[in-house]
Ligand binder design. Structure first.
Ligand code: DI6
Ligand code: FE
Length: 402
């Protein structure tokens, strides 16, 4: 059988099934950007290809998927970090007009080109560690034009860099100052003005909201979700990060793709996520950086069979993190996830959280040939090291793009 490119003499973590799906002497064949074979060399059809890559026994995983980021934004919040080091808390800074609103100002002031240029070095850091699919949320514009500008910049990341980008409209992220404290009126604007315009322009693949005392109530979030559903857009939710407002159950009621953070989720919330097949996205970078102490109840989520993903939450306020390798290490050290759970969390389960498991997240014939090839002896090394990048080669849609 003819194909475009072959990777042979590799060890594969296909991530199919429940565990890592290990193949000791594996081969991957790509044609037209898709995988046509991934499995044991001994069982492969006889392939011919103009290019054959000898992997010398290196490990291949699916290209990594960062399924929750706010990577497009103006400016940074290093100064707020200094204030936090002097004793202020994240919530105090938010209530004092800093926090998300300070990034909103910088985002509104930046042009689309500037937002793109500022995001690129952060995206490049993720790419350098094998990321091939990136989710990007809006939510720092907080009015129609700036939200659409952010989403356009996000889409362009996927045009100027070799990676797949999915976009999420997060208009209900925080209250802009001009709303003068009226959250219901702002939610009206999200539902009647912003969301229809974003959907009509095809700028969002899904819709998210921040369900929290410093964000929006479950009732307000439900209005956003009803509007999203009416426009045919799937939903996801920032839930139970700082308190338990039963956002996970709300997300499940709307068949959400994912519920994210979940430090304060309870048993009913976990059962609801399991029943709706909603992925729990854990964000250890935010937990670490905000110095939270209440850990997500991983055992409870496991007991209910909730799928677990891990993401960077890359954002200027609560998680200035641009490393999925470090996110995995934190998920293991802080939340006690196993190596298998960590690797599934940034591949298969992250793909599921984006509704893209049909195309990415595992090494299987018929999926996009997105690969990360690693200079490691065993997959556990990808979780174990801190601040070390063993990526050997990255492949996006069948082409070597390190
Ligand atoms: N939760 C978070 O952790 C980020 N957004 C959210 O809803 C924080 C965003 C920021 O502080 O800029
Ligand atoms: Fe977030």
């Amino acid at each position: 059988m003819h194909c475009d490119r072959l990777w042979k003499n590799a060890r594969l973590a296909t991530m199919t099934g429940q565990g890592l799906g290990l193949v000791d002497k594996g081969l991957i064949a790509a044609r037209g950007g898709d995988i046509v074979y991934a499995g044991p060399e001994a069982e492969a059809p006889a392939f011919t290809a103009p290019e054959v890559v000898d992997c010398d026994g290196r490990w291949i995983t699916p290209g990594l998927v960062d399924c929750h980021t706010h990577i497009v934004h103006g400016g940074n919040r290093a100064h707020e970090f200094e204030l936090r080091l002097a004793g202020a808390t994240y919530e105090e800074l938010a209530r004092a007009g800093g926090g998300i609103v300070s990034t909103m100002k910088a985002t509104r002031a930046a042009s689309e080109d500037e937002l793109l240029a500022q995001a690129l070095p952060r995206v490049d850091a993720l790419i350098a560690e094998g990321v091939t699919t990136l989710e990007v949320k809006s939510g720092y514009g907080l009015e129609r034009v700036a939200e659409m500008k952010s989403l356009k910049a996000a889409r362009r990341l996927g045009e100027v860099r070799p990676l797949s980008v999915t976009t999420t409209f997060l208009g209900a992220h925080a209250l802009p100052p001009e709303a003068a404290g009226d959250k219901d009126a702002y939610i009206d604007l999200v539902c009647r003005d912003m969301l229809p315009a974003v959907a009509a322009a095809g700028l969002a693949d899904s819709v998210d909201a921040f369900c929290e005392a410093i964000g929006f109530t479950p009732e307000q979030v439900a209005r956003v979700f009803e509007t999203a559903k009416g426009l045919g857009l799937p939903v996801k939710l920032h839930a139970e990060q700082l308190s338990n407002l039963h956002g996970a159950a709300l997300a499940a009621r709307f068949g959400a793709q994912s519920a994210d953070h979940l430090e304060y989720i309870d048993e009913a919330g976990a059962a609801a996520l399991a029943a709706s097949g909603t992925v729990a996205v854990l964000l250890p970078g935010a937990f670490y950086f905000v110095r939270e102490t209440h850990k997500p109840p991983v055992d409870l989520l496991r007991r209910h069979g909730v799928p677990l993903a891990i993401a960077s939450d890359s954002n200027p306020g609560s998680s200035p993190l641009t490393s999925l390798l470090l996110a995995m290490n934190m998920a293991a050290t802080l939340f006690r996830l196993t190596v298998d759970e960590c690797l599934a969390g940034v591949t298969r389960e992250a793909a599921r959280a984006l509704g893209r498991l049909d195309r990415i997240g595992t090494l299987e014939a018929g999926k996009s040939c997105d690969l990360a090839i690693w200079d490691v002896e065993r997959p556990a090394e990808l979780v174990y090291r801190m601040g070390f990048n063993p990526l050997h080669q990255r492949v996006w849609r069948g082409t070597i793009r390190t």
